[in-house]
Write a protein that binds this ligand. Sequence first.
Ligand SMILES: C[S@@+](CC[C@H](N)C(=O)[O-])C[C@H]1O[C@@H](n2cnc3c(N)ncnc32)[C@H](O)[C@@H]1O
Length: 245
Amino acid sequence: MTGAIVGGSRLADEVARYGWYHTLDLGGGVVTRGMFDHRPAVGRYLIPSDLTGMRCLDVGTMDGFWAFEMERRGAAEVVALDIDDAEALDWPAAQRAKVVKTLDETKGERFALATKALGSSVRRELRSVYDIDTDLGQFDLVFCGDLFVHLKDPATAAERMRAVCRGSAVVANPVKRFWFAGRKPMAELDGIDEFQWWVTNSAGLQRLLLAAGFARVEVGREFELPATSGGPWKGRRGVVRGWVT
Ligand SMILES: C[S@@+](CC[C@H](N)C(=O)[O-])C[C@H]1O[C@@H](n2cnc3c(N)ncnc32)[C@H](O)[C@@H]1O
């Protein structure tokens, strides 16, 4: 049935007003047609299946898929961090005028609609990853998906995540294989026309977390993210999990 009423309108009609980044099952047969459907890959992300009682932070939440997933896994509190102002993203200067910002302009509305439809208690916090600080409190799990690739300075982002982490942090990101690298951490700066800054290998993600002060960092198996579309960001993902002790 698709008759659920949200804000006075049928949920399905509300959902159809937007282009979605995440495929979200909002219940009652309403599923958003996201640019990315993470559902078949959730088991690859090194996020514990049971988060009962934990305080979790989702950095760069977009439509909220990972925040809602952490809540579904039992988190006691989930804070979903994002920045609303499309102009405040780390666009390369040469890209600023020509990028299509539609998905960024309505992400707050989409997140609010999904929150209401799911009856979720996730709290959205408007703040850049660079401005994460201890006034947010400490988190048992900090998650950051597909954001480092869009940051000019992922090392500072990792440091800010470490500052509020009392358990572990998971970073997932598009990764690249460098045939000559072996196990060396590598990064390439070759995609800024597609708005990606540093594309690393998995060892590079691991190095970023170690440099940020995580005591040990597990490197997950790389995998292909199934994407209906996703432009240059579809494809191979790396995932690492760092612990503070
Ligand atoms: C490519 S989407 C990834 C969405 C989601 N984390 C995932 O893994 O599917 C990037 C998200 O990070 C947010 N973002 C970009 N720059 C940011 C920054 N400096 N601080 C916090 N969030 C940021 C964007 O607004 C967007 O919600």
